[in-house]
Design a protein around this ligand. Structure first.
Ligand code: FUD
Length: 286
């Protein structure tokens, strides 16, 4: 049975103690089981306030992050890659402290538009660091997810096939493919085939629309995606991810190029997304 989640950025741009209580409460009110917490600058976040909010509202958490350029795990400069590894370990500590069993996102390199292709040395640095971080994650029962994103947000992993190959290269059992329908819609030849090719290594799915707004108002072929997920028996978390200028933080807005209001009402948008996903999962058509 899939658990359904919602990314915190639907409700709040930050993760202060009051943001976190309100976000977790509203996510619960919309019917979700899980809230995905963005762990940017992990040392500034409060695990205690997060845990209290989760307990108070009976919710589970997953965590995600994208690495900054000065902590690019896939840099060929060893010092920059090492800064990325420290950043990831801090994010992992936060995830463990709030009881999350998942840390995903662009955790394999810098999150944003690159001006050149990845280098072989940088890729090796990222693989080595992820192998070490995965060992630490295993001690906490945490799976790491490599989110396959579009070309403007990473130069390393833009397709499910690239991600699967990179995971095989790393060789850690607790590293999974993290798919996102918004990114897939930009980069994959065939949405259903990308899902099918991820069978056995798929650990997390973001359900996002082609313009990152409300589900069902864009061009993603959700019937194909949900059909393929059913076909491979995916039973992990599915999280609604959507961004509107109305809520998103200035930092994420710039990285993701979110320049307009895709919706005005977070709660109505999230509740409608929850119904959309539940109906698609029940085979009722997306
Ligand atoms: C970025 C994206 C996100 C991001 C994560 C950070 O385009 O899809 O999943 O990595 O939200 O919290």
């Amino acid at each position: 049975m899939n658990k359904l989640g919602v990314h915190a950025a639907v409700f709040a741009g930050g993760w202060s103690p009051s943001d976190c209580d309100s976000t977790v409460r509203r996510a619960r009110a919309c019917g979700f089981d899980v809230v995905e917490i963005p762990v940017f600058e992990p040392d500034t976040l409060s695990p205690a306030a997060t845990r209290q909010a989760l307990e108070r509202h009976g919710m589970e958490a997953t965590c995600s992050v994208g690495l900054p350029f000065d902590a690019d795990l896939a840099s060929d400069d060893g010092a920059v890659s090492a800064a990325g590894e420290r950043y990831l370990l801090a994010a992992l500590d936060f995830a463990a402290a709030v009881g999350s069993t998942y840390l995903g996102g662009v955790i394999y390199g810098a999150f944003g538009k690159h001006s050149g292709p990845p280098t072989a040395a940088g890729r090796d640095n990222a693989a080595g660091a992820l192998r070490r971080v995965a060992r630490r994650a295993l001690d906490h029962g945490i799976t790491l997810g490599l989110e396959t994103v579009n070309r403007y947000e990473s130069n390393l992993l833009n397709t499910a096939a690239q991600t699967r190959a990179f995971i095989a290269e790393i060789g850690a059992a607790n590293i999974a493919v993290h798919l996102d329908t918004y990114h897939m819609n930009i980069e994959e030849d065939d949405l259903a085939r990308a899902v099918a090719d991820s069978a056995g290594v798929l650990g997390y799915v973001h359900i996002g629309e082609s313009h990152r707004g409300a589900l069902g108002t864009g061009t993603v072929d959700f019937a194909a995606v949900f059909g393929a997920l059913r076909e491979i028996g995916y039973d992990g978390v599915m999280t609604f991810e959507s961004f509107s200028s109305r809520v998103v933080s200035p930092g994420l807005s710039s990285t993701l190029a979110v320049w307009r209001d895709t919706w005005d009402d977070p709660d109505a948008t999230a509740a409608s997304a929850r119904r959309f996903i539940a109906s698609a999962l029940a085979g009722g058509g997306a």
